[in-house]
Design a protein around this ligand. Structure first.
Ligand code: TYD
Length: 140
């Protein structure tokens, strides 16, 4: 049983010099899983939220490499809000966490590292189905 919501921010250590900043992301090193997929979102709007789903197995790290946005995370028991405002930070989102992304700045580039390749069957897109699955998982 999870006592705390499985979503937390990770600080990356940038390598910086006069030329600028470099952040390296490596599976099983500063990213807690092997990275099987990377995707990113651009052309986002402040008034159009995204997400509204959970994953049965998938783990992810979301990084705002540019701009900012607000995540709402929910494991069926706890709900929390996280602002991503720096490319030096990643948000780890474990499996069975409902996520919503809001308040994208126009320049936002949201990059996601994922532990598995894309599989629509891993999604739970209905909040009530998610709640009932989360409470079943808690009892088992
Ligand atoms: P979705 O995960 O629903 O986006 P969001 O939660 O950010 O609103 O994905 C949007 C669409 O893109 C959906 O039709 C599935 C497709 N998609 C892929 O084909 N491959 C991928 O790796 C991802 C993340 C989405």
């Amino acid at each position: 049983m999870h006592s705390v919501l499985s979503a937390e921010t990770i600080e990356f250590q940038p390598i910086g010099d006069v030329r600028g900043e470099l952040v390296a992301l490596e599976g099983k090193r500063n990213i807690p899983f092997e990275i099987k997929r990377v995707y990113y979102m651009t052309g986002l709007s402040p008034e159009i939220p995204r997400g509204f789903h959970a994953h049965r197995k998938l783990e992810q790290i979301a990084i705002c490499v540019m701009g900012s946005c607000r995540f709402i995370l929910d494991d069926g028991r706890f709900r929390k809000e996280v602002w991503l405002r720096t490319s030096r930070q990643g948000l780890y989102i474990g499996n069975m966490v409902w996520r919503e992304m809001h308040d994208f700045t126009r320049d936002c580039v949201l990059m996601v590292l994922a532990s598995e390749v894309y599989d629509e069957a891993d999604y739970i897109r209905d909040y009530e189905v998610f709640r009932s699955q989360a409470s079943k998982d808690e009892k088992s």
